[in-house]
Design a protein around this ligand. Sequence first.
Ligand code: UDP
Length: 451
Amino acid sequence: MEEKQVKRRRIVLVPVPAQGHVTPIMQLGKALHLKGFSIIVVQTQYNRVSSSKDFSDFHFLTIPGSLTDSDLKNLGALPFMLKLNQVCEASFKHCLSQLLQEQGDDDIACVIYDEYMYFSQSAAMEFQLPSTALSATAFVCRSVLSKVNAESFLIDMKDPETQDKVFPGLDPLRYKDLPTSAFGPLESILKLYSNAVNIRTASAVIINSASCLESSSLAWLQRELQVPVYPLGPLHIAASAPSSLIEEDRSCIEWLDKQKPSSVLYISLGSLALMQIKDMLEMAWGLSNSNQPFLWVIRPGSVAGSEWRESLPEEFNKLVSERGYIVKWAPQMEGLSHPAVGGFWSHCGWNSTLESIGEGVPMICRPFTGDQRVNARYLESVWRSGVQLEGELDKGTVESSVKRLTVDEEGADMRKRAIDLKEKLEASVRSGGSSSSSLEDFVNSLKMKNF
Ligand code: UDP
C-alpha cells in the first residue's frame, strides 16, 4: 500500500554569518528537524553554510543583495552588522513572501532568527517569531546595557578604578567583564544591543544553555521578558550538526592518539579573535617552559601582521616537532572529547565554553572581546572549572597556569567540577531533563500555535 507522505511544517532559520552563531542555529535546526519540522536556512551572501550530507534535508536560500566578504573587510565587523540589518530587510521580506506563495499545504511554523539579525522581525511580523540567543547571562548583560545611560556609562568605563568593581545587579561580573568591546566603539555596541534586544516583538526567546549552568540569569530573563524563554541547550549535545565553515585538519586526531591520557593542552581562540605577535611569542615560550604537550590551532589571519605561524622562532618549531602539533583548524569537538586532552586554552566563545564543559575539560581562559569575558568570569568564579589569565601576557604566567591546569592539584579539582557539570548537562538533554522538556514545550507551542 502506498504510504501517504506527511507534510512537515516549515521553520525558517536566519543565522548570523559567523561560525560561533552558525554552529548553534544549525544544531537547533537539526533538533527541530528530528521533531518533525522541515528546515529552511536563509543566509546572506557572506559565509554561507553549504548543504552537506548532514543537512541534506534542509533547504538553503540566499538573500540577494546582502553584503559580501569585501564589505566586511571594508566596513569592519560592527558597522557590517548594522548595515547588514539595513540592506537585508526588504529582500528578506520578498524571500518570505515567495516562500508563502509556494504550492503545498504545509505552512511556516515560525521564523527563528539570531538576535543580531533583527531585520527579520519586521519582515515576518505575520509569523510567530522566536529569536535565538546564545548564553543567558550574556543576554542579560546586553539587555541591561541596552538601557544604561550611555553618557554616564562611558565615563564609568573610562575610570580604571571602576573597572574592578562589580556591576550593580550582575554579580560576579565586574565592569571589565561586561560585553562592551566587540570590534568597535562603545556607542555603536550600545546601539547594536538596543536594536538587537527586541524583547517586545519576539514572541519567544530560545537560549542555548541549561538551567544547571545559568539558573539565576534564566530566572532574570523569565521575570523580565514578557515572553516564554526556552533554555534548551547545550545544543551540541542535544543534536550534533557539524557546520564548520573552515576545512578541518584531521591529522591532529592521529597525533592525539599517540599522546598519554589527559596530558595535552588544546589551544584554540575560535573563528574571530585576533592576537598580537608579542602575545603569541609569550604563549610559545610559556608552553615551551611548561614541558606539557600541546595541540595549538593557529587560524590563518589570527595573528596581527602575520599570514600564519611564520613569526614563531625556529627553536620553538623544533620543540613543536617533539611535543606539540599545530594546525590551521581542528575538528574541535572530536579533539575535546579525546582522552589525551587534559585542558583547553580558550578565548571562551560561548560554543567553546559549552563544548569544553560538555566534555568535562578544565580551561585556561583568555577572553578577547564581547561576551567572552562574561563566560571567562563565570568559568573562573561561578563554575570554577577554569582559571582566567588577566592583564599582560608573559611567559612566566603562561607556564604557571599551564602547570596549574595540567599538573597541580588545583587542576585536578577543576577537572572534577568540570566532569560534574558535564554529567549535569548530559542529564539535562536526556528525556525528562530540563533542556529536553524545554524543547518539548517549544515544539508543543509551535504545534498549538500558542504564541
Ligand atoms: N572550532 C572548530 N575548530 C577549531 C576552532 C574552533 O571547529 O579549530 C569551532 C568550535 O568548536 C566552536 C566554534 O568553532 O563551535 C567557535 O565558536 P565560539 O563561540 O567558541 O567562538 P567564536 O568563533 O564565535 O569566537
